[in-house]
Design a protein around this ligand. Structure first.
Ligand code: FCB
Length: 456
């Protein structure tokens, strides 16, 4: 049935997993790494559940070979990771830390040995603290510092790495870091949010140019978190709040980067921070759209919340199931998102994060039967197959995440991994979902029919 209609040869489809530097590496004070804004933020009382930090995390810095062996066993063809900017340039600009560069050399070589393609993301939120002291993303110079960092990465790894992402989820780290609260650097100021948005966009455009100049045959994109924004309740106010969040969350980065304009609803607010020629600097040709997707948002108008943003997150309808994070589980929203992005930006899409937290426990047999994660992944991949069959150009799918890891404000209290990490011993245990995903990858030639027919 459906399998016969599959949009492109399954062999081209890229199955992978994603991680990020601060969430897994640990080794925060080793081999010359400088502090990042997350090291500082985690030390501020009350910021992170249980006072957790990424100091040790999954100790991936020392256990990367074991982790790559797990990836090989899983059968993935691609691994997305991020480079920690302060590990390779401890002050953000200037002196380079060779020992930091050498860590990613070892990782990339290990991946090559396992036949796994590296997907390197330049920025997954761990800005060097030294730059934050110069205003970080609120300072226009940050785009220049980022471009120089991109050149270093392109020149150093470009012989072995061809896939580069500039930023992971710029809307998330700007909105939560500079307005809504809950993420580093912990600022709540609307002008700072607007400046950060525009400067991150400038950094993106500059980094694309630098990577093209330094890496032959580079394949470049940015990774956006896109989620439908729905009003939580009826009423014009809530509808307007949902549209406003949509502009900030879903439009503020992809629109200028790919269409050369800011969404109408926020263009006037950003205008004071723009200089002539900026949109041309931002809108540089890229090769694909990186999508992270988890859930839809339910939005309410709240004039007193995060002024002048005036939005707050409301509850999902009672009948919508939720994950242990409280995030709604709604695979139709994934189909809707894929379809809309394909229509709007007309680029090949790589799903570079999708997955769920669940309250995993080791049972008496030593197994982790994470059925909620299997159910989630099955229903979301089924939506993706449906999109592909309808002609949406999806080229790959990466699960978040390989390992349980440091989940930002939730610390280690939320587990997203296909592999369980026993933090006191750093022992890795493959969960049932790991075996499920390995099977999905193996059965790829018939996967279009899989979602429809699977019974367990
Ligand atoms: C995304 C982040 C990633 C992880 C997942 C659960 O927003 O990119 O680092 O925290 O959520």
């Amino acid at each position: 049935m459906a399998g016969a209609n599959f949009g492109k040869p399954p062999a081209e489809f890229l199955w992978g997993v994603s991680t990020s530097s601060y969430q897994i590496e640990g080794a925060a004070n080793e081999d010359g790494r400088g502090p990042s804004i997350w090291d500082v933020y985690c030390r501020q009382p009350g910021r992170i559940a249980n006072g957790d930090t990424g100091d040790v995390a999954c100790d991936h810095y020392h256990r990367y070979a074991e982790d790559v062996a797990l990836m090989r066993e899983l059968g993935i063809k691609a691994y997305r990771f991020s480079v920690s900017w302060p590990r390779v340039i401890p002050q953000g600009y200037g002196a380079i830390n060779q020992a930091g560069l050498a860590f990613y050399d070892r990782l990339i070589d290990e991946l090559a040995g396992a036949g796994i393609e590296p997907w390197l993301c330049l920025y997954h939120w761990d800005l060097p603290q030294a730059l934050s002291e110069h205003g970080g993303w609120t300072n226009r110079d940050c785009a220049k510092w980022f471009a120089d960092y991109a050149t270093l990465i392109g020149e150093h790894y470009g012989d072995r790495v061809k896939r580069f992402a500039t930023f992971n989820e710029p809307s998330v780290f700007t909105l939560f870091g500079f307005s809504l609260g809950g993420q580093a650097p912990g600022i709540s100021d609307h002008a700072s949010l607007l400046r950060a948005i525009h400067h991150v966009n400038l950094g993106h455009g500059a980094a694309v140019d630098r990577l093209r100049a330094s890496v032959a045959r580079a394949s470049i994109g940015a990774i956006h978190n896109c989620q439908p924004c729905r009003p939580a309740y009826e009423g014009q106010d809530n509808l307007r709040a949902a549209q406003r969040l949509d502009a900030y969350w879903n439009g503020a980065f992809p629109d200028p980067q790919l269409l050369g304009r800011y969404p109408t609803l926020i263009a006037d607010e950003i205008a004071p921070y723009q200089q002539p020629g900026d949109l041309e600097r931002i809108c540089r040709p890229v090769d694909w759209f990186g999508l992270n997707h988890y859930s839809p948002h339910y939005v309410i108008a709240d004039a007193n919340a995060n002024k002048p943003l005036g939005i707050a997150f409301g509850p999902a309808p009672a009948e919508v199931p939720r994950s242990s994070m409280g995030w709604p589980v709604d695979p139709d929203a994934f189909l809707e998102t894929l379809t809309e992005l394909d229509r709007r930006y007309k680029l090949p899409i790589y799903v570079l994060e999708n997955g769920t937290a669940s309250a995993d426990v080791i049972d008496a047999d030593g197994d982790i039967r994470d059925q909620p994660r299997i159910d989630y992944l099955r229903s979301y991949t089924a939506s993706m197959f449906e999109a592909i069959e309808a002609g949406v150009d999806v080229r790959g799918y990466f699960v978040w995440s390989l390992l349980d890891n440091f989940e930002w404000g939730s610390g280690f209290s939320q587990r997203f991994g296909l592999v369980y990490v026993d933090y006191p011993t750093q022992r890795r245990i493959a969960k049932a979902s790991f075996h499920w995903y390995a099977q999905l990858i193996k059965s790829a030639p018939v996967y279009a029919a899989y979602g429809a027919n699977a019974s367990s």
